[in-house]
Design a protein around this ligand. Structure first.
Ligand code: SAH
Ligand code: SF4
Ligand code: F3S
Length: 453
């Protein structure tokens, strides 16, 4: 923080008005959490945030590498900055995040996007002030080698987007090496934060009035494996729930191979924990699961779903699915349809398999056409739509508790624990607070309700 203060002086001398920053996130919740830390650093350096790229003195793209189309979109966006940089040569262009943790991407940026001033990785966000300083002082590009250091740095300042919803990274990296996935290569080995550091951040948020907290990790169920003390994810949930206040705790993502009865029992015993569990299954066929290196079978997956249903009344599940994994046949894909119909997820994130160089699956033969995979995806989306409508209809006439997110005149939008959106009218402003709502009907993919408070 001392260092930041010194640079702040230098930056304020350079600008007449407070300089403006735009930080754009292209990836997942963990990426967004990183962006909030980047904004926190910039804010402490004296920058104000703006949505307008053309007015920005610094633009930072926080990138994602999970699928090829994510990377293509990002390169398109970086390309568009060329014209802006021409108009405003003093603007700093920075690219960070998972995509630039791959050497071939850094090489491509250097070669084809020479107007990029700064490239930095996912594991050392806190060096950004140094990079900005050097960029201004030495008028030299600051392109870091991917992944130089992977310590956990605590107390990085953070500028959060919302006043009621917040996320906490409880761990970093991933050791699971699912055969299709680039994350372990770009985010490095799994590291867990200390329980006390997480508890302090959690308590701070609750004392500031935050009501909806999401714990983040690529596989939260392996939390604690590298800690000195014996302390697992269920212990962490229990510890956080000793905090008094009205809040709901979500966590993403659980891995079906590691979630256990102990975690389900802690959810059962602590009503502050969300009654919707995100449990990515990826596909419904045991042979494909084995090829994916997921280390569970569908029968084991169903065992944990059924145990949770026995223990936690009203529990629901959301999931991720990949269709068209190399070698997957139509019959095997149909097992995924069957699973989706059986479990009836409230929310499903569906993707077509995307080949990621450097992963095991990239070496597997893939002879299904993209057209065919798109057809499978569309079938699955249609099935899931009908299931969501069924879920939405089941709430009509019921009373639910939801967190109010947005206001448009007298109309408000609130979100239930299972992420369903509920719209209602009110004369009082309940934004960022919980309300009780009586569901009256369904409109499109959201619900309508009367306010009970
Ligand atoms: N760690 C989390 C999330 C990982 S990324 C988990 O294991 O659940 C989020 C989702 O992206 C994954 O669950 C998977 O469904 C999807 N995904 C990952 N790699 C992919 C690839 N190569 N092609 C298509 N989808 C992919
Ligand atoms: Fe990727 Fe698997 Fe790790 Fe999730 S658990 S980030 S899918 S390797
Ligand atoms: Fe997230 Fe994309 Fe990285 S999904 S972990 S931002 S590769």
């Amino acid at each position: 923080m001392d260092y930041i203060e010194n640079i702040q002086k230098l930056i304020s001398d350079k600008f007449e008005n407070p300089p403006l920053a735009n930080v754009k996130t292209f990836g997942c919740a963990q990426n967004e959490n990183d962006s909030e830390k980047i904004r926190g650093l910039l804010y402490n350096l004296g920058y104000s945030m703006t949505d307008e790229l053309s007015k920005s003195d610094i633009v930072i793209f926080n990138t994602c590498a999970i699928r090829e189309n994510a990377e293509l979109k990002i390169f398109g966006n970086i390309g568009e900055l060329k014209a802006l940089k021409k108009e405003n040569p003093n603007m700093i262009v920075a690219v960070c995040g998972c995509m630039v943790m791959q050497q071939h991407i850094v090489d491509k940026i250097k070669k084809s996007y020479p107007f990029v001033d700064i490239v930095f990785g996912v594991n050392n966000l806190e060096i950004l002030p140094h990079l900005i300083y050097d960029c201004y002082m030495e008028h030299k590009k600051q392109i870091l080698n991917p992944n130089e250091k992977i310590d956990i740095v605590e107390n990085v300042p953070i500028l959060r987007e919302s006043k009621s919803k917040a996320s906490i990274s409880i761990m970093f990296g991933c050791d699971n090496f699912c055969s299709y996935c680039i994350v372990p290569y770009v985010r490095g080995r799994e590291r867990s934060r200390k329980p006390q550091d997480i508890l302090n951040e959690f308590k701070q948020l609750i004392s500031e009035g935050y009501k909806d907290i999401t714990l983040l990790g690529q596989n939260v169920n392996s939390y604690g494996k590298n800690l000195e003390e014996k302390f697992d994810f269920a212990d962490l949930l229990k510890l956080l729930c000793t905090t008094t206040g009205e809040y709901v705790i979500h966590f993403i993502s659980s891995h079906p191979k590691d979630i256990n009865k102990k975690v389900i029992d802690v959810i059962r015993d602590n009503p502050q924990i969300s009654r919707q569990i995100h449990l990515p299954v990826q596909c419904g066929n045991d042979r494909i699961l084995k090829e994916m290196n997921r280390k569970y079978t569908i029968s084991q997956y169903m065992d944990i779903i059924n145990y949770a249903r026995e223990q936690i009344p009203g529990v629901t599940f959301s999931s991720d699915i990949i269709v068209g994994f190399p070698g997957e046949t139509f019959e095997e894909y149909l097992d995924t349809e069957k699973l989706v119909k059986d479990v009836k997820f409230t929310q499903l994130f569906t993707y077509i398999y995307s080949k990621r160089n450097g992963t095991k699956a990239a070496l597997m033969e893939d002879n299904i056409s993209h057209k065919e995979k798109s057809e499978w995806l569309n079938r699955l989306i249609k099935i899931q739509q009908d299931i969501v409508f069924e879920h939405l209809n089941s709430f009509i006439g019921k009373t639910v508790r939801a967190l109010v997110e947005e206001k448009h005149g007298k109309m408000y939008t609130a979100r239930m624990q299972n992420t369903f959106v509920v719209k209602f009218e009110s004369d009082t402003d309940y934004t960022d607070n919980f309300v009780n709502l009586k569901i009256t009907g369904k409109k499109g993919t959201s619900l309508t309700a009367d306010l009970l408070i």
